[in-house]
Design a protein around this ligand. Structure first.
Ligand code: NAP
Ligand code: ZN
Ligand code: ZN
Length: 347
């Protein structure tokens, strides 16, 4: 066991505080990673506050991890000491079910996946996430950060990047396609960058026009305020894909009316409240409503390579660990441009 410093929520809704945790010894197929940066995802907040239901405490959140390999187990073949690597939302899965075999480990039906935190590892111990100095992970669930991507700007790609890349690819965002991204936060700003890089015509649907200049710089072609009812009139029947990244419930019928024939509204935002969506609100025009959950390990590597090839990471605000609680409040208030990233050397 190795003792490392971390930030943890001792109980639901309690502020996070500095503590120490134990990491398992480096096993046969494990790598030990010196964590350099950890992004703050809104999912960390939903879980630390038990917004999605009962959770395990003390909780060390963090599933947007970027760092450097500092030790490898004897059976490790893909990584060496000194490699720049990332870990996202999963640290293991059954590896045998159809979904694991298809590289969709996030949908593991063999009792997994093992999430990076707030989950139970195969050793029966609770998993603890990336707001920490070090982590031990099986190499199969580790990805490589390409040269040309700085580790701080790469960290948020491990969740916000893959969560937007995967559905945009699956629903064929590209030239000739009109994509709306709802919510310009951590996920949303990556959705805009990636959809633009894929060649789609991108529209941001944000609560206000406050971040319009940023949105256009990130690659959006159009930007509308959803607080203005005129937005829903003028954009009726427009989009092939609506990528909803909002952490709260929306007026779904209003957004569904913006889809063109055969369009899909793909929900990655995961509000704490149940939502009520009348079938008749998307019955016409063969429109669909769907969802997506992060992406597989191989696709996460593909996304990192894609971002590096296009020369972008995330837009970040780097913070010291003692500002995590303040950052949580700002995320909840939609006051983030566009991802808080913890400099873990300050833990
Ligand atoms: P975030 O940075 O807080 O961004 C969410 C954005 O939604 C805000 O910036 C804001 O954008 C908009 N918004 C917030 N409250 C709203 C409201 N009441 N009405 C309308 N718009 C509102 O959060 P995030 O880290 O991107 O995560 C977003 C959601 O995705 C969370 O629920 C998170 O748990 C979920 N998530 C899901 C997956 C997955 O695999 N499916 C992965 C990661 C995260 P504007 O200011 O532009 O309106
Ligand atoms: Zn996340
Ligand atoms: Zn599986």
């Amino acid at each position: 066991m190795t003792t490392v410093a971390a930030y943890a929520a001792p109980a639901a809704k309690a502020p996070l505080e500095r503590t120490t945790i134990e990491r398992r010894p480096v096993g046969e197929a494990d790598v030990l990673i010196d964590i350099k940066f950890a992004g703050i995802c809104h999912s960390d907040i939903h879980q630390a506050r038990e917004g999605w239901g009962p959770a395990a405490f003390p909780m060390v959140p963090g599933h947007e991890i970027a760092g450097v390999v500092s030790e490898v187990g004897p059976g490790v073949t893909e990584f060496q000491v000194g490699d720049r690597v990332g870990v996202g939302c999963m640290v293991d899965s059954c590896r045998e079910c159809d979904n694991c075999k298809d590289g969709l480990e996030q949908f593991c039906t063999g009792g997994g996946p093992v999430w990076t935190y707030n989950s139970t590892g195969k050793d029966g111990r609770p998993t603890l996430g990336g707001y920490a100095e070090k982590i031990v992970v099986d190499e199969k669930y580790v990805v490589r950060v390409p040269d040309g991507l700085s580790l701080d700007e790469a960290a948020p790609l491990l969740c916000a990047g893959i969560t937007t890349y995967s559905p945009l690819k699956h629903w064929n965002a590209g030239p000739g396609k009109k994509v709306a991204v709802v919510g310009l936060g951590g996920l949303g700003h990556m959705g805009v960058k990636i959809a633009h890089a894929l060649g789609a015509e991108v529209t941001v649907l944000s609560q206000s026009l406050r971040k319009k200049d940023d949105g256009l710089k990130l690659g959006a072609d159009h930007y509308y305020a959803t607080a203005d009812p005129e937005t829903f009139t003028s954009l009726k029947g427009t989009f092939d894909i609506i990528l909803n990244t909002v952490s709260a419930p929306l007026d779904f019928p209003a957004y569904l009316s913006l889809l063109r024939r055969d369009g899909a509204m793909v929900n990655v935002g995961l509000p704490e409240e149940a939502v009520d969506i009348p079938l008749r609100s998307f019955f016409g025009g063969r429109r669909s409503i769907s969802s997506s959950n992060i992406g597989g390990i191989q696709e996460t590597q593909e996304m990192l390579d894609f971002c590096a090839a296009h020369g972008f990471g995330a837009e970040i605000e780097l913070i010291a660990a003692d500002r995590i609680n303040e950052a949580y409040e700002r995320v909840v208030a939609s006051d983030v441009r566009y991802r808080f990233v913890i400099d873990t050397s300050t833990i």
